[in-house]
Design a protein around this ligand. Structure first.
Ligand SMILES: C[S@@+](CC[C@H](N)C(=O)[O-])C[C@H]1O[C@@H](n2cnc3c(N)ncnc32)[C@H](O)[C@@H]1O
Length: 271
């Protein structure tokens, strides 16, 4: 088990050199949310505030309450659990990631949480151990979206909730289209595994099979678009073949999103 994604290699290397792009991504590694995308300040600070807002959307979607046990699958550098710890009391916070390097950073970002290395599709937890689960912008990297939903349903208590965000190919019939698969492959050249198109069926179908009910499904693509110019600006200074692939993949994801071929969705489920 390793799960080293190429863009995390770049971020972690940049971090050791104190580069601005890595500084901007030291708490969250996800897209931003702007209520008014047209008026968005195109600065790294603006992106930082927008990432915090996107994180807030996910926390609201999960309907967190004090005293709950919360799993953050694909926890990155721990910014999400640090935000929860600052807002809530008496929580049991557990972050899971496949990449041990990120967990070492997360342990400093959100001291007081527990950190577990593992694959989100084979969760190393007993059934019914959590009130809430989160997967912020990471399910498309997992070996299977459906396997994760099934595992999340297993580890949640009855009535428990899962909230996630995802880049979803806009395939109208819910089946993996040729275009959706090709886009996944091309974007994956920069971002590592980027889903395999849409092989598991639509979220409503997957959720039902996994034993979950969809309670929120919101398309926020338009509110995330200022992320692209800011991110591409930050990536300008990075060098090497991986960085070139990452810039290309980011531009392709931007245009796929602007054209409506890929949607950024926030979903919540109840067990
Ligand atoms: C875009 S980052 C999001 C990180 C974090 N959730 C955030 O919002 O800042 C995707 C994360 O998914 C993690 N990941 C990828 N595949 C995984 C897997 N199979 N199991 C657990 N985590 C995984 C990556 O290591 C990375 O931390």
């Amino acid at each position: 088990m390793d799960g080293r994604l190429p863009y995390f290699d770049i971020i972690l290397e940049g971090r050791s050199r104190g580069e601005p792009a890595s500084e901007a991504l030291s708490r969250f590694v996800h897209w931003g949310y702007w209520e008014d995308p047209a008026g968005a300040p195109r600065t790294p600070e603006g992106l930082g505030a927008a990432m915090e807002r996107l994180n807030g959307l996910l926390l609201d979607a999960a309907e967190l309450r004090d005293g709950q046990a919360l799993l953050d699958a694909g926890c990155g550098f721990g910014g999400t659990l640090a935000a929860v710890a600052a807002q809530r009391r008496d929580m049991r916070l557990i972050g899971l990631n496949i990449d041990a390097r990120q967990l070492a950073v997360a342990a400093k970002t959100a001291a007081g949480s527990s950190w577990v290395q593992g694959d989100a599709c084979v969760l190393p937890f007993a059934s019914g151990s959590f009130d809430r689960a989160l997967a912020v912008e990471c399910i498309f990297h997992f070996p299977s979206r459906f396997a994760f939903l099934r595992e999340a349903a297993r580890v949640l208590k009855p009535g428990g909730m899962l909230a996630l965000s995802d880049f979803v190919p806009n395939d109208p019939d819910g089946k993996a289209s040729w275009l959706g698969q090709r886009l996944g492959e091309q974007i994956g050249r920069g971002y590592g595994v980027m889903g395999t198109g849409w092989p598991d069926g639509d979220y409503a179908v997957m959720a039902r099979k996994a034993g979950l009910e969809v309670v929120l499904d919101r398309d926020i693509t338009a509110h995330t678009l200022p992320t692209y110019p800011i991110l591409l600006g930050l990536l300008k200074g990075t060098e090497g073949a991986q960085a070139v692939n990452l810039r290309r993949a980011t531009k392709l994801l931007e245009w796929s999103s602007r054209l409506g071929l890929i949607r950024y969705r926030v979903l919540a489920f109840r067990r």
